[in-house]
Design a protein around this ligand. Structure first.
Ligand SMILES: Nc1ncnc2c1ncn2[C@@H]1O[C@H](COP(=O)(O)OP(=O)(O)OP(=O)(O)O)[C@@H](O)[C@H]1O
Ligand SMILES: [Mg+2]
Length: 115
């Protein structure tokens, strides 16, 4: 793995439990992000973009079945304990949620919000 690799996702699967049955929302995602790289994920509504992001951020409870690996700085985020994840979430990985009016302060420049 080259030194510049910061995020390496392999065969990520995410399934939601709805009334006792599991439904796959993310299926077999593989992606890599290197330093100084910007990756945009596009796709139709409901294809799993937000679920991918919330999985990287470790925002799902135990009812959500997650398979594969999310390697960030040589650690698999999927196997981190909550207190370990709390040191990364917000400090090293941030998320701006989908509703920009509640996620962003319109009085601040976007650069201030993301840096
Ligand atoms: N908490 C949940 N419980 C059950 N199903 C869910 C849950 N969250 C998302 N889903 C389902 O997972 C699939 C992916 O949803 P997701 O919100 O990740 O899509 P998206 O690509 O972000 O869509 P959009 O472009 O509309 O934001 C959809 O079928 C959605 O209904
Ligand atoms: Mg979304």
């Amino acid at each position: 793995m080259p030194d510049s690799r910061i995020l390496d996702i392999k065969d990520l699967n995410v399934s939601f439990n709805v009334s006792g049955n599991y439904y796959k929302a993310v299926s077999g995602v593989n992606l890599e992000v290197n330093t100084n790289e910007i990756l945009a994920i596009v796709g139709e509504s409901g294809c799993g973009k937000s679920t991918l992001a919330t999985t990287i951020m470790g925002l799902h409870d135990n009812s959500v079945k997650i398979g594969g690996s999310v390697i960030f700085e040589n650690k698999n985020l999927l196997s981190l304990k909550e207190d370990e994840f709390n040191k990364i979430r917000g400090a090293k990985i941030g998320m701006i949620f989908q509703d920009p009016l509640s996620a962003l302060n319109p009085l601040k420049k976007i650069k201030e919000a993301v840096t």
